[in-house]
Ligand binder design. Structure first.
Ligand SMILES: Cc1ncc(COP(=O)(O)O)c(C=O)c1O
Length: 360
């Protein structure tokens, strides 16, 4: 049987709890622990929500048809190949419950909810570790059998490294031949959309691709995500998904997000620039070693003996800055932490606070 991780998984972004514990207003904390687009949500959202407000006297469209049509156009797929969920997390739990795999095989380190969803579904979990020397990205084909469900994040979480396209093709082909499913979690891929493997959905019928509106479109509080998969799989999962889990406002917001191409290209440009700034700044600080990333977060290792992410996190809280202690990711240890890429002013503030902490 699966066991839960030894420590409860504090996700990033638990700022309500932190602010309450510290007796601070939410606005007094700068949150580098959740990886949310620093531009905020697309500017068209308030008007779209306003215009749709009258619709809340009805149940939401449980088929999310208009949003699925927009998603289909955006991803170059048929609407039947898309299942919308209350955040991509709902879909992880749904998949574990409905597919009821023989076993889940998680490429680690990984988002902790894969393991929790397997546990909740009574499915045993195994782990396929990646190496620090390989930027914690997959460098080999995991051996799987018929009925297995393999979880891999692309880009990797929490390093932000991309999967080599050649290796992806090998992995997808081998798993498909074996009769195993591959859940590729592309929750952050919007920052490097051209690297998505969604174009291969037609080639590998057991490939499942997870997407999220949370990170790139900065609406974690709204809960919106989707699964891209073979229409038969979408119909199977959709048939047992809880009704109305995606509310009307989430559907409307999703459509407003997809309509704003200017916001998308600006977001990509800002993150590229700020990630480079932050990476260079972190690398220049003694005792810190950041890992190369393609998205809006950076994994960092404390290289000075005796320093821990938990200790640094506490010190940073005195500066009202929240970083993510990454020690509870399987395969990482007490030396690893993760920071989001934010706007220039905040990134500079993070670097200055880190410099001060590390100087003590
Ligand atoms: C790698 C990864 N996948 C999926 C999710 C779930 O995102 P959401 O449920 O908000 O779509 C997260 C959230 O932190 C994540 O880090």
């Amino acid at each position: 049987m699966t066991t839960l991780p030894e420590k409860t998984p504090p996700h990033g972004g638990d700022v309500y709890h932190l602010a309450r514990s510290l007796g601070l207003a939410l606005s007094e904390l700068v949150d580098f622990s959740a990886n949310i687009n620093p531009l905020g949500f697309p500017p068209g959202i308030p008007a779209a929500v306003d215009a749709a407000l009258a619709e809340i006297v009805h149940y939401p469209d449980r088929r999310c048809l208009a949003l699925r049509q927009d998603l289909a156009a955006y991803h170059g797929l048929a609407p039947e190949a898309i299942l919308v969920g209350n955040g991509s997390t709902e879909l992880i739990y749904l998949l574990a419950r409905v597919l009821k795999p023989r076993r889940g095989l998680i490429v680690t380190p990984a988002f902790s909810e894969y393991e929790h969803a397997l546990h909740a579904a009574g499915v045993p979990a195994d782990f396929f570790p990646t190496a620090e020397a390989h930027n914690f990205t997959l460098d080999d084909v995991p051996a799987a059998q018929a009925g297995d469900l393999v979880f891999a994040a692309h880009p990797a979480s929490p390093s932000g490294g991309l999967l080599d396209p050649e290796l992806f093709l090998q992995v997808a082909a081998r798993l498909d031949e074996a009769g195993a499913y591959l859940l590729l979690d592309e929750a952050f891929i919007d920052f490097v959309e051209e690297a998505s493997f969604k174009a291969f959905l037609g080639r590998f019928p057991r490939l499942l691709i997870l997407r999220s509106f949370t990170k790139f479109f900065a609406i974690p509080g709204m809960r919106l995500g989707c699964l891209l998969a073979a229409p038969k799989m979408v119909a199977r999962l959709g048939g047992v998904q809880e009704p109305w889990s995606v509310n009307t406002m989430a559907q409307v917001m999703g459509r407003a997000c997809l309509a704003d191409k200017e916001y998308m290209s600006e977001s990509r440009a800002v993150i590229r620039r700020e990630r480079e700034f932050l990476f260079q700044g972190l690398a220049a600080l003694p005792g810190l070693s950041p890992f190369p990333s393609t998205v809006n977060y950076l994994l960092v290792k404390l290289t000075r003996p005796g320093w821990t992410a938990a200790g640094l996190q506490l010190q940073m809280l005195a500066h009202r800055i929240v970083i993510r202690d990454a020690s509870n990711f399987r395969g990482l240890d007490e030396r690893f932490f993760r920071v989001a890429v934010r706007g220039r002013e905040e990134n500079a503030r993070l670097l200055a606070a880190l410099e001060e902490c590390l100087a003590t």
